[in-house]
Write a protein that binds this ligand. Structure first.
Ligand code: AMP
Length: 193
């Protein structure tokens, strides 16, 4: 299996690139942010809980997020592999994912990190907020909070995968196709194609 963690701060382009990568490599896309938003729309209990954190720019608790992710993986019938988008976002999530995948006889192949500087992220998120209708993309204070949470809680995940020799940074500035090609090249280095 080819299991990729697509990593990067909010607004780095993870969603855009995931859509292209799943097509190219035949992978299943799992975005925890998308799953939470679908639950909010469906007014489920999970959605109500997630909304109270998302609206403040905070992370949804690990326990809830990990259980949801594992259940989504279990729903997929013999996939070629997964793109984990927006997960893991804490070291505890990364450890839980390793344990879970190893129980299924597989592992993370590679972490691809889209690198974009903070000023550019803020610009992109505010622009996206105009079209997406996402409340968390429309308020500069919430955007700042999400970037701060990323620095404090999510950056350690980079160290986690670096220690496993699985981290690969990709410049997230430039044309969408240019970035996509760099991601494909990094994946092909791992798969040997
Ligand atoms: P995203 O669409 O990835 O930007 O996620 C939107 C929001 O959903 C985040 O700001 C968090 O509140 C929540 N969220 C998404 N993924 C996770 C995760 N792996 N752990 C905790 N909270 C998450």
């Amino acid at each position: 299996m080819l299991n990729i963690v697509l990593f990067g701060p909010p607004g780095a382009g993870k969603g855009t690139q995931s859509a292209k990568l799943i097509e190219q490599f035949g992978l299943v896309h799992l975005s925890t942010g998308d799953i939470f938003r679908a639950n909010i729309k469906g007014e489920t209990e999970l959605g109500k809980l997630a909304k109270s954190y998302i609206d403040q720019g905070k992370l949804v608790p690990d326990e809830v997020t990990i259980a949801m992710l594992e259940s989504e993986v279990n729903k997929s019938d013999s996939p070629k592999g997964f793109i984990f988008d927006g997960f893991p976002r804490t070291q505890a999530q990364a450890q839980a994912l390793d344990t879970f995948l190893s129980s299924k006889g597989t592992t993370i192949s590679l972490m691809l990190a889209l690198e974009v500087e903070e000023d550019e992220l803020k610009k992109r998120l505010l622009l996206r907020g105009k079209d997406s209708g996402r409340a968390d993309d429309q308020d500069p204070a919430i955007i700042q909070k999400r970037i701060d949470v990323y620095q404090a809680e999510t950056m350690p995940v980079k160290t986690y995968y670096t220690q496993q020799g699985k981290y690969k940074g990709i410049n997230g500035l430039g044309e969408i196709d240019e970035i996509f090609n760099a991601l494909c090249q990094a994946i092909e280095e791992v798969t040997g194609k």
